[in-house]
Write a protein that binds this ligand. Structure first.
Ligand code: GLN
Length: 538
């Protein structure tokens, strides 16, 4: 009989932002290296059905999966580390849980019963906990519980974890509690009390954590570890130190040194199927830390005050840069601060310019100035989603002379809607989950810059947008030198534009950044950085 799927739950205590997602992804990576199939899912305690309707300032970037789910940005870390795709099932919110339960209630599925948090909500949570493990595809399912233990919002999730132990049995169930050990400068001491309190809260909820992963700025002396073990009721060697790291990509190796994988395997009675040494990973880290060259790239967008809004783009530069041993000095520049008078000083010293995805009018003018500058000054340009749309509008206005060319997103009444809504989008009256989402096929034209990046005609990339290149302008645009070098073979929608007589000017309607991983750097990012290097040398 195949051994049962093992479930690992990761909770957080003391404070948010300790990096549960990175710990989950690192543990997943280590277990993968030992030959296990692993997936990671995130349960978020807010009431939105998904984060697609959240402003990036609230929760960082909205990550998109192949199957078109709008998800938490931690799923990006899971994919970047594990190199395997996630799906809608990997991200569940309280809103989705309640929506499912209420829909069932209306259908009469609980007829005669009072519908309650326990058992109906917790049953729904648990059935979602187990879903990905049901078909035997995964040896291990890691579940990250968002928020902090003790939050009112996450109580039903914590209660469901408590119950899960009894469904799964002790050998198939494990809880890791990620916590903070603060250092008090005045006392020159690392303090364990906040952790004791947060474990107490878990115990009150009926959960005994098996492993403590302790975020710290300083090494934990053995007496501190002993104290944590004693007061938190865990085995001494299950107190794992998680020192602050230079980069998130160091964390799998740090966790291996701390034997997190061995402790997990011992509790879950798992024996390694193999033991690879993470050679590729180390190779990547070696290149990341020892670049032989450097470029300055500007990321122009309106959400720059919270870099997490551009998480996948930033990480895609890390992967692509490392692959060619180039350090990318990424400068986040607010498009709202760029105007006709200052664009030259704002954009000076850049070897490459990326205009970021986004929504709405704010910062739009600054993006137009930026594209014009990159086009005229022959600076490598990469436009993603809205960035590509702005490039089309800029070209229509300044090269074709269509002064009022616009996207109907910015000006619904424009006489020249070079970017516009598709018919099916016009009929939509709900905001959540209604954009063009997920992976679509694109066919690239041989001889184009994008074809030379991917090295093949048919590619698949992920989407998240409503507006499209308006094909009634295609002929004019192509005649004037802006070519559609990538199209959706079924719908004819333009996916990639490039201009001739420019060293590297590529705009893509899709989001290539979502599929960049440590082991598979995204080819357009690699070529863009290469073009920036060439520009710098010139
Ligand atoms: N606002 C644009 C659209 O909806 C671009 C979206 C994006 O950049 N993700 O089409």
């Amino acid at each position: 009989m195949a051994s049962p799927t093992k479930y690992i739950f990761i909770t957080g205590g003391v404070t948010s932002s300790l990096g549960k997602g990175i710990i989950a992804a690192s543990l997943g990576k280590l277990l993968q290296a030992r030959g296990f199939t692993v997936t990671i899912q995130k349960f978020d305690p807010y009431l939105n059905i998904d984060p697609g309707t959240l402003n990036p300032y609230e929760h960082g970037e909205c990550y998109v999966t192949d199957d078109g789910a709008e998800t938490d940005l931690d799923l990006g870390h899971y994919e970047r580390f594990l190199n395997t795709p996630t799906s809608q099932s990997n991200n569940i919110t309280t809103g989705r849980i309640y929506n499912n339960v209420i829909t069932k209630e209306r259908k009469g599925e609980f007829l005669g019963k009072t519908v309650q948090v326990i058992p109906h909500i917790t049953d729904e949570i648990k059935s979602n906990f187990y879903k990905l493990g049901e078909d035997g595809k995964y040896d291990v399912v890691i579940t990250e519980i968002g928020g902090c233990v003790g939050d009112i919002e996450s109580l039903p999730f914590i209660e469901a974890v408590r119950q899960a132990r009894w469904d799964l049995g002790p050998n198939n169930f494990l809880v890791i509690h990620l916590t903070l050990i603060p250092y008090l400068k005045a006392a020159k001491e690392l303090k364990t009390k906040p952790t004791q309190h947060s474990v107490k809260q878990l115990l009150e909820a009926g959960i005994q954590p098996d492993i403590l992963v302790c975020r710290t700025e300083y090494h934990l002396p053995s007496d501190v570890k002993k104290k944590l073990a004693l007061f938190c009721n865990v085995q001494l060697n299950n107190v794992i130190e998680a020192m602050d790291a230079d980069t998130i990509y160091d964390v799998p190796l740090l966790m291996k040194k701390e034997k997190l994988d061995e402790r997990v395997m011992s509790k879950l009675k798992l024996s390694s199927k193999q033991n690879t040494d993470l050679e590729n990973w180390k190779d990547f880290l070696g290149k990341l830390k020892n670049p032989t060259q450097e470029v300055n790239i500007g990321l122009i967008g309106k959400y720059v005050s919270l870099p997490d809004s551009y998480k996948s783009i930033i990480e895609a530069f890390t992967h692509a840069g490392a692959s060619i041993e180039c350090h990318v000095n990424l400068k986040l520049i607010s498009s709202e601060e760029i105007n006709m008078d200052n664009f030259e000083s704002k954009l000076k010293n850049l070897d490459g310019i990326l205009v970021a995805p986004g929504f709405g009018e704010r910062g739009f003018q600054g993006k137009l100035e930026t594209v014009r500058y990159a086009r005229e000054k022959q600076i490598p340009f990469f436009g993603i989603c809205l960035g590509m749309q702005v490039a089309v509008i800029e070209y229509a206005r300044n090269v074709l002379g269509l002064d009022d060319a616009n996207s109907t997103e910015m000006d619904p009444l424009t006489k020249n809607p070079v970017i516009a809504l598709m018919e099916e989008q016009k009929r939509i009256d709900q905001m959540g989950g209604t954009m063009r989402l997920g992976a679509y096929t694109c066919e690239l034209k041989k001889g184009s810059k994008s074809y030379s990046a991917y090295g093949k005609v048919k590619i698949q990339e992920r989407h998240r947008h409503r507006y499209e290149f308006n094909n009634s302008y295609l002929e004019q645009m192509e005649e004037a030198g802006m070519k559609a070098t990538g199209k959706n073979p079924e719908t004819g929608l333009v996916e990639v534009i490039e201009i001739k007589n420019h060293p590297w000017f590529v705009g893509v309607q899709f989001h290539p950044e979502y599929k960049s991983t440590v082991l598979n750097p995204q080819p357009l990012f690699v070529k863009f950085i290469q073009a920036a290097i060439d520009h710098k040398v010139k």
